[in-house]
Ligand binder design. Structure first.
Ligand code: HAM
Length: 413
């Protein structure tokens, strides 16, 4: 029986895994250069941690991989990273020092969605959270870090959409009118129930008839308290000062329930239906809700699978840092032994070096060197060992120069 990967998972094998690794390390570097530090977290958590944050959302109510472990506990494969990060920050007291606590995480997430291009049941995401400080400049920094990451990936065809969900007074005032408005609509029971849990969800409904009905619904932005309004204006001011373009989308609804204040999404123009390459926002009541201090927070998650698809759609040329500097072809027993030693020495001097294995004919070995993408190759035989020099061939041009075996490192440099 030939096995296949489970339906709808994303996985990366060479050569594409090199591009995936480059996307991940580029984003990771962008994030850590702003002083955010790594959280390495479990991929499963107590189910309750997730259920308390998103009863009205598909992510939590329909798409979780939940099971009982051998001790009879209910466990869920993490569908998102924010609550797990807050759980860890609270558990380890990272929010008892200087604030904001600035953390990031990276890895697989799980949602039992209908798979399609850019939408997987196991997908990869990198996320960042700044916990414990309410400052419009922090909101702008968070957004600018995502933007800088996309720019570092060479992306240009993406847009930033933003809105503000305001403070609790703004949301309460809006909710009164929105609930009144929704009560006057002709909706099926299931939709009414969704609206009961979170009336904002109806802005997110994909059905045209519901969209039409919601066209005249009251918009939260019109209900912002003076403080929320001023705060959102300041976020926009900072972004403009940084040269980051954005549009206001007052009907934006994120797929998770915990958002407050500034919320945002990055949308890529070439990705079709699954165009959200990253998104996030403030979640000012969340830490308190999972048993921590009553402190604020803001963050984002970037989908690595989609970021890679965007890189490919824009035909970004990826730096080939994964190709080797040198490919060594040993001919014969004593040459193999010497080649192993030269390769090890050159690697510890910082070069990427590969060897040909398996006693192939010289022609076949040269083809392997070519395919490896290495910049240089050399053939090491008994005569090279005897006279201490070797021909180092530049693969792109085919030109070769004679190099002393004991000065290979300086020649490669
Ligand atoms: P999210 O928007 O649900 O936010 O997910 C973050 C990103 O993960 C999305 O923008 C998208 O690129 C990617 N993504 C989501 N679902 C899938 C899927 N099924 N297949 C492939 N990619 C996917 C969050 O999860 C929040 N925790 C972000 C956040 C952090 N908010 C505040 N802090």
């Amino acid at each position: 029986m030939k096995f296949q990967a489970p339906k709808g998972v994303s996985e990366y094998v060479p050569p594409r895994s090199n591009a995936f690794a480059w996307v991940r390390s580029t984003l990771e570097h962008t994030i850590s250069s702003a002083g955010y530090q790594l959280l390495e977290l479990p991929i499963f958590e107590d189910t309750d941690l997730f259920t308390r944050i998103g009863a009205s959302t598909d992510v939590v109510s329909k798409e979780m991989y939940t099971f009982e472990d051998r001790g009879g506990r209910s466990i869920t494969l993490r569908p998102e990273g924010t609550v797990g990060a807050l759980r860890a920050v609270n558990e380890h007291g990272l929010d008892r020092g200087s604030l904001p606590a600035k953390v990031y995480y990276c890895g697989p997430f799980f949602r039992a969605e209908r798979p399609q291009k850019g939408r997987y049941r196991q997908f990869y995401s990198i996320g960042i959270e700044a916990i414990g400080t309410h400052d419009a400049a922090l909101d702008a920094e968070i957004i600018s870090i995502a933007d800088a990451g996309f720019k570092k990936l060479g992306l240009t065809k993406y847009r930033l959409e933003m809105t503000s969900l305001g403070d609790s007074e703004s949301r309460a005032a809006h909710r009164v009118d929105l609930v009144k408005f929704i009560a006057g609509l002709d909706l099926d029971e299931e939709t009414k129930e969704r609206a009961n849990l979170n009336p904002l969800r109806l802005f997110d409904d994909k059905r045209v008839e519901v969209r039409d009905l919601m066209a005249n619904a009251p918009i939260l932005l019109d209900y912002l308290s003076p403080e929320s309004k001023a705060n959102f204006a300041e976020v926009q001011l900072h972004l403009t000062a940084m040269g980051i373009a954005f549009t206001i989308n007052p009907r934006m609804v994120r797929g998770l329930d915990y958002y407050t204040g500034t919320t945002f999404e990055f949308v890529h123009d070439l990705l079709g239906a699954q165009s959200g390459i990253g998104g996030g926002g403030r979640y000012d009541g969340l830490m308190g809700e999972i048993g921590g201090q009553d402190i604020t927070g803001i963050g984002f998650g970037i989908g690595l699978d989609r970021a890679l698809l965007a890189v490919e759609a824009e035909a970004v040329v990826i730096p080939e840092s994964f190709a080797s500097d040198l490919f060594i072809i040993p001919m014969g027993q004593s040459a193999k032994s010497a080649a192993l030693k030269y390769a090890a020495d050159l690697r510890s001097a910082g070069f990427k070096v590969e060897l040909a294995f398996g006693d192939r004919a010289l022609k076949t070995a040269m083809k392997m060197a070519d395919k490896s993408g290495a910049r240089y190759s050399l053939v090491l035989g008994d005569s090279e060992l005897a006279n201490g020099t070797v021909e180092v061939k530049e693969m792109s041009s085919g030109t070769a120069i004679s190099v002393r075996l004991d000065s290979l490192a300086s020649a490669l440099k």
